[in-house]
Design a binder for this molecule. Structure first.
Ligand code: TPP
Length: 321
């Protein structure tokens, strides 16, 4: 069982990891759109420590925190994001394509496309006679896609061990959830698919962990799919470079005051589980460790240009040409 101090440490690692990623944007070490989950750490930290290595987790374009929660090696992740040959995918995939087959972790930049993959993992587990579960983490922008409905329906009809975590940060780029959803919440839709739906405060790591653990326990014991909708807010623009004019400064400031790291810090101190001094020291140590990781990744080579076509075509196709 992951303790609250451990979940807080996860959140600090997540925050500092993403701040390190951010350093690669002005230096042009990170190309393409970089999507950060800063402000949403309590959800991934609530997932952390609950899943087994053989459980699958399929993430999105905003995937770093979920990979950390699944236990993916942070150095290999950072190297992939910084496009180094030592990265998870040899530097070929970049930040939106983090894959770790040994931990059944994958990501997709196609909104809503993670659900069918998770359903496939869950069905495969059943065919193997395993009690492994499959998790899809999606944003609120995914929930009105056809694939979301089709996947939920199949998971419900077959009672598959699927858990869908919806990070409802209210915005799908510039489109607000309340203007695009026929229901006030995503969780309330669950009964249409024979699933259990719960909505929790995604800034509250304890509430997320509790709802997620319950959903995993249900899935593992053959009770079918669940939706865990966690409300949250992304502190930065949709991607690094987004002018972010669709949200008012007042709205952003109000949400930043609800920083899940601050909330958890205060909770640890108020409950006597830690002190300001201990937490500040721990924060500084984690920041230094992430900076060491970044320095070491930066010393790694970029992929060799002559390998650019590797992993693009199967060998037989190339030979046939
Ligand atoms: C099928 C598809 N349509 C459109 C896009 C472009 N797109 C990328 S992210 C995004 C919004 C996603 O919002 P949400 O699911 O709420 O996740 P968040 O970015 O808030 O984490 C869109 C529309 C896409 N990647 N895939």
């Amino acid at each position: 069982m992951t303790t609250l101090p451990e979940r807080y440490a996860y959140m600090v690692w997540m925050r500092e990891f993403e701040l390190a990623c951010l350093e690669g944007v002005p230096t042009h070490e990170v190309h393409g759109e970089l999507h950060l989950g800063i402000g949403q750490e309590a959800i991934a930290a609530g997932i952390a420590g609950v899943l087994r290595a053989d459980d699958a987790l399929v993430s999105t374009h905003r995937n770093h925190l979920h990979a950390i929660a699944k236990g993916v090696d942070m150095r290999a992740m950072l190297a992939e994001i910084f496009e180094r040959s030592t990265g998870l995918c040899g530097g070929f995939g970049g930040h939106m394509h983090l894959f770790d087959p040994s931990l059944k972790f994958s990501a997709t930049g196609i909104v809503g496309a993670g659900l069918p993959v998770a359903v496939g993992h869950a069905y495969a587990a059943r065919l193997r006679g395993s009690d492994a579960v499959a998790v899809a983490v999606v944003g609120d922008g995914a929930v009105n896609s056809g694939g979301f409905h089709e996947s939920m329906n199949m998971a419900g009809a077959m009672r598959l061990p699927v858990i869908v975590v919806v990070e409802n940060n209210e915005w799908a780029i510039s489109v607000p959830f309340h203007l695009t959803s026929a229901t006030d919440t995503v969780a309330e839709r669950a009964s249409a698919w024979g699933a259990v739906g719960v909505r929790v405060d995604g800034n509250d790591v304890v509430a997320v962990a509790s709802a997620f653990q319950d959903a995993v326990a249900r899935a593992r014991s053959g009770q079918g799919p669940s939706i865990v909708e966690a409300t949250c807010y992304r502190f930065r623009g949709h991607f690094e470079g987004d002018s972010d004019l669709y949200r008012t400064e007042q709205e952003k400031e109000a949400h930043r005051a609800q920083d899940p790291l601050l909330i958890t810090h205060r909770r640890l101190v108020a409950s006597g589980l830690s002190t300001d001094e201990v937490l500040s020291k721990q924060y500084a140590e984690i920041r230094a460790a992430v900076q060491d990781l970044l320095a070491s990744v930066r010393a790694d080579p970029l992929p060799d240009a002559s390998t650019a076509r590797d992993h693009v075509f199967v060998a037989s196709t190339l030979e046939a040409r």
